[in-house]
Design a protein around this ligand. Sequence first.
Ligand SMILES: Cc1cc2nc3c(=O)[nH]c(=O)nc-3n(C[C@H](O)[C@H](O)[C@H](O)COP(=O)(O)OP(=O)(O)OC[C@H]3O[C@@H](n4cnc5c(N)ncnc54)[C@H](O)[C@@H]3O)c2cc1C
Length: 360
Amino acid sequence: MIVCGAGVMGASVAYFLARRGVGVTVVERSGVACAASGKSGGFLALDWCDGSPLGPLARKSFALHAELAKQLGTDYGYRRMDTFMMSARERGAPTGGHRVPAPHWLDGAGVVTAALGTTETTAQVTPARFTAALLDAAHARGTKLRIGLVEGIARRDGAVGGVMLNGGETLDADAVVLAMGPWTGRAVGRLPLPSVYGLKGYSVTLAGADVPAHALFVDYRTADGRAFEPEIFPRPDGEVYVCGMADPAPLPDSPDGVEVSEVSCATLARAAGRVSSTLAAARITRRQACYRPVTDDGLPLIGSVPGVAGAYVATGHGPWGILNAPATGLALAELITEGAASLVDLRPFDPARLPAARGG
Ligand SMILES: Cc1cc2nc3c(=O)[nH]c(=O)nc-3n(C[C@H](O)[C@H](O)[C@H](O)COP(=O)(O)OP(=O)(O)OC[C@H]3O[C@@H](n4cnc5c(N)ncnc54)[C@H](O)[C@@H]3O)c2cc1C
């Protein structure tokens, strides 16, 4: 069995397959968690997907995250958080005071407008370390990691025959899981898969701010009137992660080619500094950008590739890929090994619900 891509989705699928005794090779072009799975917020919410087909997947995943934090035996920054909504401006301040009791460290020009979650409903992981912990645990059960660029899926009598790598080598396999994030469609040639796009966002990490486990979602207005919603997640190791700023820039060929805008990163850091004097004094340690994988209907693709026996896909999780990786991995491992998923109903995520991007 080959899993293409060592982001959080490939790592989770590999881990749950390995737990079922399946021999897996993960093929990754650059490095483990080198793309969105290493640069995202890692915020988790129990019930924020309720009311959408993602609700049951998210609830199962939230519970699995708590189990995995115990089972994997590695500290990757999992903890529960309280979560607040704020309103802030680059210049001036919103009128009125805090609408709900505000943590003392939010001493800047922002106003806390609502409590969005508690330690019962919201949590976090550090995504790169979570992804690595899943792959390490899979490795301990025999999973291999191979650095290589997937250039196509070999087919034999209509079924999967293996994975074609650059340089002309083919790795034989009778089942392949495609988990290459926004690049999934580019790497699979004429396989009948719906379109997967990449949506770019920026983030910075700050050091030197010792603040509590409070996640912040900020309704923010820049000095020139632009509105955006920075998200601020203090991590247990003292790092504070800040993300936001969507950018329509097209997806580059490789994660190594993702460009970072200094201006966007500076805007994000300034926004964090507006809500807390501790964050204003913190120094920027990383400026980064990544692309979340999205589909035409906003729901992930989890399941069999229509008409090609042995081909499976797990991608398109948009803003909730870190949250939803555990139930996606477990459900897909069930589908592959038992023919059906019992954990969650995968029908809303069936790749066959959307037209193929190109003829198969
Ligand atoms: C700024 C930002 C903040 C986010 N915050 C959160 C959050 O707080 N909570 C949450 O749940 N989600 C969050 N997300 C979403 C989450 O990060 C993504 O949904 C998730 O990481 C996608 O994982 P993936 O494994 O599908 O894709 P990726 O992480 O993109 O991994 C795909 C992997 O495939 C590899 N690959 C690509 N092409 C090939 C090829 N041809 N051959 C071999 N390997 C290949 C890549 O190198 C990469 O390692 C955020 C996303 C962004 C952009």
